[in-house]
Design a protein around this ligand. Sequence first.
Ligand code: GLV
Length: 320
Amino acid sequence: MSRILVTGRIPDAAVERLRAEHDVDAWTGAESIGRDQLLRRAAGSDAVVSLLTDRIDRELLDAAGPRLKVVANVAVGYDNIDVAACSERGVVATNTPGVLTEATADIAFALILMATRRLGEGERLIRSGDAWKWGMSFLLGTGLQGKTLGVVGMGGIGRATARRARAFGMDVVYQSRSAVDPGVAAELDARRVELDELLEIADVVSLHCPYSPATHHLIGARQLAAMKPSAVLVNTARGPIVDEDALATALDERVIASAGLDVYEHEPRVHPALLRLQNVVLLPHLGSATVETRTAMATLAADNVLAVLRGDQPPTPITR
Ligand code: GLV
C-alpha cells in the first residue's frame, strides 16, 4: 500500500477511488493547507494530489523524499509545479486537460457578455438601492454580432470559446504557438495571425495561453495601447499574463473600454485600482467551478496517481 497526500478538499468520489487501493492522508481543513503543513505531510509520500494553490518546487520534492513517484495537479494549468525538478528526480507530473474545457469557456463567454453588456454595473446599481429608470440610452453596452474575437492561445479552451463566439455571430482570429487542425480552422473560419495584428483588429481579446516565463506580462501597456479603444480584454487563464498595473491604468484612462477577469496577478489579492473601476468585471477564479467539472478533474487526478503507482502510463502526463 502506498501513501498518498491529498493537499485540499476534493470531491469524495476521487478520495474514495484512492482509498480503495492506498493509504490516503487528505487535508480537510477549512483553510487551505499552509506551507508548513504541506511540507510536513508530504514527507514519505508516494504520491501528492496537488491544487493550483500549492507550490510544488524543489523544497517540496526534498521534503517529500525519495519515495515520491507522482504529483497529480487537479488543474489544467501547472505553473505551480517545477516540472523540470520533478523529471530530474523521476517524479511524474500530471494535470487535468480536457475535462474543464467547456466549463472554462463558459466563464470566458460569461465575462465577454458581462463586460460588453455592462451586467456587473447593472447588478451593482440594483443592489445599491439607488433610483433607476428604463431609458433609451440607459447603461448601453455593445453587441457581439459581426465583431471579432481574438483568441490568444488556441488550445482546447481557446477553441471552445471560439465556438461559442461563432454561435454569437462573431468572426474569429487567433494567435497560437502552432496552427490548429485545418478541420477546426475551417469549422471556426478562424485565421491565425501574429499577436500584434490580433490586438489591432479584435473587438474582444480572450486569453487562453498557459502561464510561463514566456507569457509573463504578455499583455502590458504597449499591447493595451495597440487594442481598439472600444475593445474588451478577458482573462480566464492566469493572472500574471497581464500586467495588472498597466491594465488598471488603461481601463481608467479608457485606452480600452472594459475587461473581464477570472484570475489575478497576485491571487487572491485583487489590484485595489481595479476594485474602484466600473468598467471591469471581477470573478473569483471560477473557470472550472461546476460540480460536474470538479468531480471529473479530481477523478482524473486520482486515475493519474493510481496508474503511476501501478507502474502504468498515466492518462494525462505533463509533457513539456
Ligand atoms: C484552473 O485554473 C486550472 O488550471 O485548471
